[in-house]
Design a protein around this ligand. Structure first.
Ligand code: ATR
Length: 282
């Protein structure tokens, strides 16, 4: 190991279960690069100081996971458009003056996944329904607006949280409480679950898809299990579906390119590697 070796890491609390080292490790090996990608656990009380002094950490860059995405954004000298819109970063790098730059690639990960697995998915973009109003929903809303969706409906258990996102993103986004879902589905081109419902160990996502057009695409950001109840139900009635694993893989692409100088691909071998790891550990 030399001092000039580029080093990045997943930072957050906790980080033990993150698949990011597996993903970046695969690409480093594939491209025969000298770099390193590790894990740095940052406790909540140390987070602000850690990100504010990031240039002295010895890292070239980093990913940021929960619960530090907002704190890290606050420590950055420069934010990209997505990070500014979301108030949260998941990717950090230092510019040539040592200034801390932050990006949010979660929305790009969402887009990259659909572009790869459902080409042409954004040809019909009148109306999308986003279930949930947390950090992942923010990334998805940002992504859909970047692809010029006419209307993005945000449906959430707590109406207030949906309203907050709609206020931030403007008039193309409309907040709803859960009981409005039935009527909204009839005019939907794209349905996305961003809640944790349907994840193994969490309650199921109970939803009646009867009114959803058969032409609608259905996707889930939950990837454990890979085929969630929502995707199973949608596929059984003939809707096109895309699972959430690719979002995790594609969000990693811009960071790797920034730190290590090569734009990596999300290929079948990477997908299989991460799937195997998920099956072994879940
Ligand atoms: P993330 O940042 O990963 O998106 P989050 O901020 O915890 O995670 O958001 C989780 C989302 O799942 C929220 O929209 C949450 O709804 P509330 O805003 O009402 O809390 C939703 N969610 C979680 N558990 C739920 C449940 N049992 N029923 C309905 N919605 C649920």
């Amino acid at each position: 190991m030399t001092d000039s070796k580029k080093k990045s890491a997943i930072t957050g609390y906790p980080v033990a279960h993150s698949r990011s080292p597996l993903v970046h490790g695969y690409w480093l090996k594939k491209h025969r690069l000298e770099g390193e990608y590790g894990r740095v656990e940052v406790s909540p009380e140390d987070a602000d100081a850690f990100y504010r002094t990031f240039s002295g950490s010895g890292l070239t860059g980093a990913n940021v996971t929960v619960p530090h995405k907002e704190v890290a954004a606050g420590a950055c000298d420069w934010l990209d458009d997505a990070a500014r819109a979301m108030g949260a970063v998941n990717t950090l790098w230092l510019d040539e003056d040592g200034k801390l730059c932050g990006g949010n690639t979660d929305g790009l990960g969402f887009l990259g996944n659909l572009d790869q697995l459902a080409p042409g998915w954004d040809v019909s973009r009148e109306s999308a329904v986003v279930l949930g109003a947390g950090g992942a929903a923010r990334a998805v809303v940002w992504a859909l607006l970047s692809r010029k969706f006419t209307t993005v409906h945000i449906v959430n258990r707590t109406f207030e949280n949906a309203r907050k996102i709609a206020d931030e993103f403007g008039p193309k986004t409309i907040p709803h409480s859960w009981d409005k879902l039935g009527t909204l589905l009839g005019k939907t081109d794209l349905l996305i679950n961003t809640t944790s419902l349907g994840m193994s160990g969490k309650p199921p996502l109970e939803i009646d898809l009867t009114l959803l057009p058969k032409s609608a695409l259905v996707t889930d950001i939950v990837y454990v299990p890979l085929e969630t109840g929502l995707l199973k139900q949608a596929a059984a009635r003939g809707n096109r579906t895309v699972d959430g694993l690719g979002m995790l893989l594609h969000q990693a692409v811009p960071g790797f390119e920034r730190w290590f100088g090569v734009r990596p691909e999300v290929d079948d071998a990477l997908r299989a590697l991460v799937l195997k790891d998920l099956e072994e550990t879940e």
